[in-house]
Design a binder for this molecule. Sequence first.
Ligand code: FDA
Ligand code: NAD
Length: 426
Amino acid sequence: MGRAFVYVILGGGVAAGYAALEFTRRGVPPGELCIISEEPVAPYERPALSKGFLLPESPARLPSFHTCVGANEERLTPKWYKEHGIELVLGTRVKSVDVRRKKLLTATGETISYKILLIATGARALKLEEFGLNGSEAENVCYLRDLADANGLVNAMQSCAGRNAVVIGGGYIGMECAASLAINKINVTMVFPEVHCMARLFTPKIASYYEEYYQSKGVKFIKGTVLSSFEFDSSGQVTAVNLRDGSRLPADLVVVGIGIRPNTSLFEGQLTLDKGGIKVNGKLQTSIDSVYAVGDVAAFPVKLFGETRRLEHVDSARKSAKHAVAAIMEPEKSGEFDYLPFFYSRVFGLSWQFYGDNVGEAVHFGDFSGTTFGAYWISKGHLIGSFLEGGTKEEYEAIATATRLKPPVEDLVELEQQGLNFALTV
Ligand code: FDA
Ligand code: NAD
């Protein structure tokens, strides 16, 4: 025997928090909804972990960043879940799911059954070991995915002021952690295999702006190479990293951000997978009617581009969760999810936003020696992507609106001259 719920959310991250809020807004009765999470705390805004959480002065700490404060919505504390009759099963890993029998088995041996399952298991950080490198279990080698990792990083940073950190990976985690380490007065060297940072999104011109800015804050870059081994002291702490290009970097702390893998393993062989995630339709419904998937783990149709994508960003986790709940609670009223991809980051005093897709030809605009600049991406004669650093709220809204409209662009030189005005007047 076990417990039974009408709705179960598997995973207690960003998407779970936003889904819970939407369930209550749509009048879910007390006792019908349960959230099961491996993490020991109620859903929180994960982006805080690489930003406010790592600040040396007045760092962000729970309960201040529980969902849904990141979207200026209510802050859902454990008390809120209790008051709304939502069962939070925390610190509990689900070890198997039977989607035909509609049952889950937890690592504590409990069986929980459901009528509708919402998968929100997110993703896990890739480990260096998966690339054939050993030693990343050392205490001063940090990954960053959850609160426990963030606490580990804060502890490791505390003894490091004035000492050396090596950041492995030039993506989001690498960039945001390098900035946070530098703010904590730690000497940072970033190492990544590509020719410039944020290779998945930035053009070389955009990347060089951020790299120069980071250098002005004391961050060093070693590009085009990867780690070949760690050196350890007698207590098992890493003391240096060796790179494939032959260089050796003394290290008191190593932060690794080399990408993620969606947590799909419970469903392999049971649900259709795509793009490394769980394939869903425009209602966020998987290949089994009673199972929905949202957030980092879901591969969903992006109507705007006519293809299935898996996005690894907080806005899509929030909005896909909201849409899935609408589709679950009011199936006849809810349409297809029509999402405009949106990514952003904040580092040091900088802040950028990106909307759409970064394929085709990039046209840069604005003042790359100043504080406000950006780029548009033009594909098949239409604007399909926009990036802006240092914009105002209105300017960000304008590039978002323009990107969604996919306006035709005939003359790239004229577009470059118009710059931000193009989006503001489209
Ligand atoms: P999320 O990872 O948030 O939650 C998954 C949950 O499922 C976790 O609680 C996990 O423990 C649980 N779980 C998994 N398997 C389980 C099992 N078998 N049993 C029980 N529980 C299980 N994005 C952005 O747009 N802007 C930003 O600035 C940032 N910043 C940022 C910083 C850091 C440090 C990270 C790690 C990530 C970001 N992101 C981001 C990405 C963003 O946080 C991410 O896209 C969302 O958290 C995805 O939300 P999900 O709910 O899908 O997964
Ligand atoms: P990422 O995909 O952004 O970057 C991974 C980086 O790892 C690559 O750029 C590359 O430089 C490097 N790399 C890959 N393989 C390597 C190897 N074998 N050795 C050395 N370097 C290697 O992933 P991430 O930075 O780890 O971020 C993890 C997740 O967190 C992503 O889903 C990301 O979207 C999310 N996140 C998002 C934000 C944001 O949106 N502002 C902030 C933090 C984290």
